[in-house]
Design a protein. Structure first.
Length: 90
């Protein structure tokens, strides 16, 4: 069975210049759990040396997990503009 990383390699992205994920760094610094680091299947979130979170919206699979699990409401998430974002190939 293919790993999640191998499966994500088959996904095509049309990158929008406007980010559909925005993270409020101040709210993020107050979070100790950082569930976004663990539960994002595309690993779009990484912890930086300042104690905040960096995010990379380009590889987002648009599942919305970060929005649902961010208890500090630091994540603003919406679908990308029409025609942009993830394109799954079956």
């Amino acid at each position: 069975m293919a790993s999640i990383a191998e499966r994500l390699d088959t996904v095509h992205f049309v990158v929008d210049e406007s980010a559909h994920i925005v993270v409020d760094g101040e709210k993020c610094r107050g979070c100790e759990a950082h569930p976004c680091l663990t539960f994002c299947p595309a690993h779009c979130f990484t912890k930086n040396e300042r104690g905040g979170i960096d995010y990379y919206y380009v590889g987002c699979v648009e599942c919305g997990t970060c929005l649902l699990l961010c208890h500090g409401e630091a994540v603003q998430w919406s679908y990308p503009r029409g025609g942009c974002g993830v394109h799954y190939r079956f």
